[in-house]
Ligand binder design. Structure first.
Ligand code: MN
Length: 387
């Protein structure tokens, strides 16, 4: 058995859309995390690993930002990856030209649509926003690009206006519209309502770009899919501005394990992907981060370790190998004889039963005195006990 979940999950009663697209934006929104700047080699390495993972689309960057950014998007676009390469643009022709120069397969072209963005950032009216979007989409479609139109701050945008601008995007031949929950300001119930409302009037695919300001980015994404959205934006390790974006690994594993919705991704590369992004971004993964954290498959308490040695699923919902992780048994003040015996076997050390009891005592004492029981410390304890 590779996983064991609650039988109260009624996945058969839930309806997901048939084709779900994941477009990962680690290289764009992820890089917008304050202090993060990937170099070209790192960007390419992340893109290659995402492609190995079988990601559908990669939002590779924002070409208008800099010469370097254009170079890296171009490099990724010409790498021969299976994933479609998207570039971010404003609704400006020069941004779209920059994306074209990079040989991107498509663009995500965005404009702020909420009144707060129109009034305080764009300083334009609603009709102006519609006109700019129309021109941008027409221009990009004329150049043969896949076009996703994104309403920035969509979740704080007037519904009638949102419907109007998305309908215009559809009319201009956009391939998809994006709901950007730019400030992570919507609840699962809110996103369900919004997606269902939009589907009444919009006939093209709807995507969600969720931020994690209230820790709800993944659940909002899943709720949105169940309401009929067809594409989800993610980042590896959930990096991104403020509290970050919907985490790729959390979303994919929840869909696959909890909801029985396997999208065909090579999940065994998840840990590697996480390590690469953590190193390149300089952002350490918290120990308790779901799926990829260092503690997710680590056990110390004697009661847990005893059970895990016999049957890991006693204290794990799925086995670590599914995501390229390894189970670790940690010795400490909560360790019992079975854990220590398992560690002795791992280190190929033989002791008598009396020695074992003494080793357990010393392990507990050492840890309580402040020593971390790594393999070297453990070997010293065994050696001193045998003397
Ligand atoms: Mn964002």
């Amino acid at each position: 058995m590779q996983y064991y979940i609650s039988h109260y999950n009624k996945e058969s009663e839930l309806k997901f859309p048939k084709d779900i697209t994941i477009y990962d934006t680690t290289l764009r929104d992820g890089e917008q995390t304050p202090g993060v700047c990937f170099d070209i080699k790192e960007k390419l390495e992340i893109a290659r690993k995402l492609d190995q993972f079988k990601i559908n689309q990669i939002e590779a960057g924002f070409p208008i930002v800099s010469e370097r950014e254009r170079e890296s998007v171009k490099l990724i676009a010409n790498e021969g990856l299976n994933a479609k390469i998207l570039a971010l643009t404003r609704t400006k022709p020069k941004d779209i030209d920059a994306a074209l120069d990079c040989d991107a397969d498509g663009i995500i072209t965005f404009i702020g649509t909420s009144d707060i963005h129109l009034d305080h950032k764009m300083h334009i009216g609603r009709q102006d926003a519609i006109n700019l979007s129309e021109k941008a989409i027409d221009y990009a479609k004329d150049h043969g690009l896949f076009v996703a139109f994104s309403a920035e701050d969509a979740t704080r945008t007037d519904l009638d206006f949102l419907k109007r601008i998305y309908s215009k995007a559809q009319e201009c031949g956009a391939d998809r519209v994006h709901i950007a929950d730019t400030t992570g300001a919507i609840s699962p119930q809110g996103i369900e309502y919004l997606v269902k409302e939009l589907i009444k009037d919009i006939d093209i695919d709807i995507a969600l770009h969720c931020h994690n300001d209230f820790g709800l980015a993944v659940v909002n994404s899943i709720t949105g899919l169940l309401a009929g959205a067809k594409a989800i934006s993610t980042t590896v390790n959930g990096i991104g501005e403020r509290a970050g974006n919907a985490s790729l690994e959390e979303l994919i594993m929840a869909l696959k394990i909890l909801y029985g919705k396997d999208l065909g991704f090579k999940t065994k590369y998840i840990k590697e992907l996480s390590d690469i992004v953590s190193k390149a971004s300089g952002l350490e993964v918290p120990y308790n981060k779901p799926v990829v954290g260092n503690n997710i498959f680590r056990h110390e308490s004697g009661i847990h370790v005893d059970a895990v040695i016999e049957e890991p699923l006693c204290y794990e919902p799925y086995i670590p190998e599914l995501v390229g992780q390894k189970r670790q048994l940690v010795l400490g003040k909560h360790s019992g004889c079975r854990a220590v015996r398992a560690k002795l076997n791992e280190c190929e050390l033989e002791v008598s039963d009396d020695e074992l009891i003494e080793i357990v005592k010393r392990v507990k004492k050492s840890r309580e005195e402040g020593k971390y029981i790594n393999d070297q410390v453990f070997r010293e304890i065994v050696k001193s006990t045998k003397r």
